[in-house]
Design a protein around this ligand. Structure first.
Ligand code: ATP
Length: 744
């Protein structure tokens, strides 16, 4: 036995604390009408967590609290405590006794306690559910509710049977999963909506990014092209530089040498231009020479004359000296006279008057003097004269020699000058030849240098272009423009490089058209939007996965439910048929699982005059939504009655009791409360009912509210409920006899 006791305080008509102990398998509660018996059954519902005040015959929560009477003030709280024996672990908690308590206050607040500790309603519901104790379940049959199992529609009946079979836990899980699935689908729709919103922007960005990717590919190609082009250009510039430098140096040297040579040759030639001077010099020297020769000749003549005179003087002197020795012969030879005459003539010729005078004097002496003294004197005079002449001779010879030297000098100069002129002439010819050669060579060198200069100029332009290209490459393809490594001997035609440049220019134009500017922002935005889209996609996948899981769970639960339900219905059917034929002394009854169109049922429920199950016209094109339900088929013994509608009140009561009992036997709850279920039974049926409850009490504890004597007789413990002058219910344990009395 699971139930131990029920404690009420302030609940409905139970103003004061009242306790019922359930020490027997069957507890009977008896009492006159209106004493508060049904309030006891409702106390069960209340403590088990019933939320519908209406099902406890109240309008507001307050209606459940003792409302007071003339003699007793109202309560502010109502409490009901139900104590279970948990020694056999009816509930999965580690206590031998479990007391569930619910307290309400006038402000509608509700408290739940398990063994004195506050818990949530959910905890109570779960704990009780695990022991097949429902709130408003099949095991509490309120007054007049017994045939509800017959009057409800097939779907509701199915629900009641499921409840009795303890399938609510699956149903609850299934419903919860369906709610979750619904919510998940809503979320999927919502996220899909968000993704759809993102989609056009993402597509737009994707296109932009593709464009950027293409531009990047182009940039890479351009980088490679630049890599090769610039490397080659650099090598080219260096090579040309080197070539120009190597060519230019010797050319410059040669130019310098040639210029020097040319200058020298020109110098030579310019000297030749001065040859006239030399010629003039020669003429001058010639003139001078002529004069000098004349002067020399005259000096020579003077010397000759002096020499002549001297010779004459010497001869005279000799004559005189001989005359002196030969005094007798003092004659003047005619030859002397003649020689004097010649002298005179010579002197005359020279117009030398003095000489003439002298000669005449001497002649006179010759003629006149004859005396030796005179002769001595004369000799002296001649000697003196000789001296004088010798002196003159020396003087004039010196003068003559001087003049001769001058001539020699002049002649030397003349010869030198002539030689020079001759040499100059020869040198001039060489110089002219050299001038011609050097000029030619120099102009060749200059042409070569000019060519180099032009090349340099071109190179300079190419170098400048190279610098510009390098800078441009840096801007377009970044610092690292991946110069290729060129083998030093690698050479190619310049046109190949020009072609390369052309293709680079084309690429640049294409790159410019592709437009990489602002690509950073686009890529960033694309990344963000893509991430968001991917996030949403993952979200959808996750949600779809959980939807799948939920669907699987729902399917599993539905399958379990269907299986257990079918199995349960089969078992109930067995019991139901047995109990039915037991009660009616024959006949058959069974349950049938049916499928019914939802719409039809709604119509049948909504339209008066349309009987349950009656066909309604439904448009063919509309797919029928169907639901499972349970229908009851009965066949009374000896009667042709098949429909439930045709049963009498007692027959209905018996049928429903049979079904309720059958349901309880398949999955027995720890206790069943039956509130005047036996009210409609006649004596014979009351007896059968009594037998059945006794049978049922072997599996389930029973609390029976009854006026029926037969039923009372089956109770192990009987409580009498009375209501005194204070309008509050009172509880007392009574004997069967007392109970019969109380019931009356
Ligand atoms: P019957 O045999 O006719 O079915 P019963 O013994 O089952 O009667 P109940 O229906 O349980 O009687 O009790 C009804 C009585 O309880 C009524 O008299 C009603 O006034 C009283 N009652 C119900 N709620 C309250 C309340 N909040 N305060 C005081 N009395 C209440």
């Amino acid at each position: 036995m699971s139930l131990k006791s029920l404690e009420l305080a302030g609940f409905k008509s139970f103003a004061k604390k009242a306790t019922l102990s359930f020490d027997a398998p069957i507890t009977g509660i008896v009492g006159p009408n209106g004493s508060g018996k049904s309030n006891v059954a409702e106390a069960f519902r209340f403590v088990l967590g019933e939320q519908s005040v209406k099902s406890m015959r109240g309008k507001r929560t307050e209606d459940l609290i003792w409302n007071g009477s003339d003699r007793m003030p109202r309560s502010n709280r109502a409490s009901v405590k139900l104590t279970f024996d948990n020694a056999r672990r009816l509930f999965d908690v580690d206590f031998d006794e479990v007391a569930v308590e619910r307290v309400i206050h006038r402000d509608s607040s509700s408290e739940y306690l398990v063994n004195g500790s506050p818990v949530r309603l959910k905890d109570i519901v779960e704990m009780l559910g695990s022991a097949n104790i429902g709130v408003s379940g099949h095991h509490i049959i309120s007054q007049g509710e017994a045939d509800r199992i017959l009057s409800v529609n097939s779907r509701e009946r199915k629900g009641m049977i499921e409840d009795a079979l303890g399938l609510n836990v699956y149903l609850y899980k299934k419903e919860e999963s369906e709610r979750k699935l619904e919510k998940t689908r809503e979320n999927i729709n919502q996220v899909e909506g968000l993704r759809r919103e993102v989609k056009p922007h993402l597509s737009f960005l994707e296109k932009q990014v593709e464009k950027i990717e293409r531009a990047k590919d182009l940039q890479t190609a351009l980088r490679e092209a630049y890599g090769e082009y610039l490397a080659r250009e650099e090598a080219y510039v260096k090579e040309i530089h080197a070539r120009i430098d190597t060519s230019e140096k010797p050319l410059l040297e040669k130019q310098k040498t040639l210029e020097n040579n040319l200058a020298e040759a020109k110098e030579v030639l310019s000297k030749l231009e001065r040859a006239d001077e030399k010629t003039r010099g020669v003429v001058e020297i010639e003139t001078e020479l002529k004069a000098a020769r004349a002067e020399y000749d005259s000096a020579l003549q003077v010397v000759g004359r002096i020499e002549g005179e001297l010779a004459a003087v010497v001869r005279t002197k000799a004559d005189e000296e001989r005359k002196m020795s030969d005094e007798k012969e003092k004659t003047i030879p005619a030859s002397i006279v003649l020689s004097h005459i010649e002298e005179i003539e010579g002197a005359l010729l020279r117009k030398a008057v003095e000489e003439i005078i002298l000669i005449i004097k001497r002649l006179r002496e010759h003629v006149v003097s004859a005396a030796s003294s005179l002769r001595k004197e004369s000799i002296e005079m001649i000697k003196k004269r000789e001296e004088e002449l010798l002196e003159q001779k020396r003087t004039h010879e010196k003068d003559r020699d001087e003049k001769g030297r001058v001539i020699g000098d002049l002649e030397k100069r003349y010869a030198h000058l002539q030689k020079e002129i001759e040499e100059d002439r020869a040198g001039g010819r060489d110089a002219e030849r050299s001038l011609f050669t050097f000029s030619n060579e120099l102009s060749e060198v200059r042409v070569a240098l000019e060519r180099l200069r032009a090349e340099k100029e071109t190179l300079k332009l190419e170098e400048e272009e190279y610098t510009r290209d390098t800078l441009e490459a840096k801007v377009l393809v970044g610092e690292n423009n991946d110069r290729v490594h060129l083998a030093s001997n690698e050479s190619e035609s310049r046109s190949a490089q020009k072609d390369r440049k052309k293709s680079i220019e084309k690429m640049k134009v294409r790159l410019e058209d592709a437009g990489l500017s602002g690509s950073g922002d686009v890529l960033k935005e694309y990344e963000e939007v893509r991430e968001r889209d991917a996030f949403l996609e993952r979200e959808i996948l996750d949600l779809q996965k959980s939807a799948e899981t939920l669907t699987e769970l729902i399917d599993d639960l539905a399958e379990t439910l269907s299986r257990e339900f079918t199995e349960g219905v089969r078992k109930i059917n067995d019991e139901f048929t047995k109990l039915f034929s037991l009660m009616f002394g024959g006949g058959t009854a069974s349950l049938a699982i049916v499928r019914e169109a939802v719409r039809r049922r709604r119509l049948s429920a909504g339209q008066a005059g349309v009987l349950e199950g009656e066909e309604m016209s439904i448009p063919d094109d509309e797919p029928e939504e169907t639901e499972e339900g349970v229908e009851i088929k009965v066949a009374l013994p000896r009667k042709k009655i098949r429909g439930l509608e045709m049963l009498s009140g007692g027959e209905r009561a018996l049928t429903s009791i049979a079904l309720i009992f059958a349901m309880s036997q398949v999955n027995p709850p720890p206790f069943i409360i039956l509130d005047e279920t036996d009210a409609a039974l006649d004596e014979a049926n009351s007896k059968r009912y009594g037998d059945m409850i006794e049978d049922l009490s072997k599996r389930t504890q029973l609390i029976l509210i009854t006026h029926n004597r037969e039923t009372m007789s089956r109770g192990g413990v009987l409580y009498g409920v009375t209501m005194g002058a204070d309008a509050a219910s009172q509880l007392l344990s009574v004997s069967f006899v007392e109970a019969v009395q109380v019931a009356k």
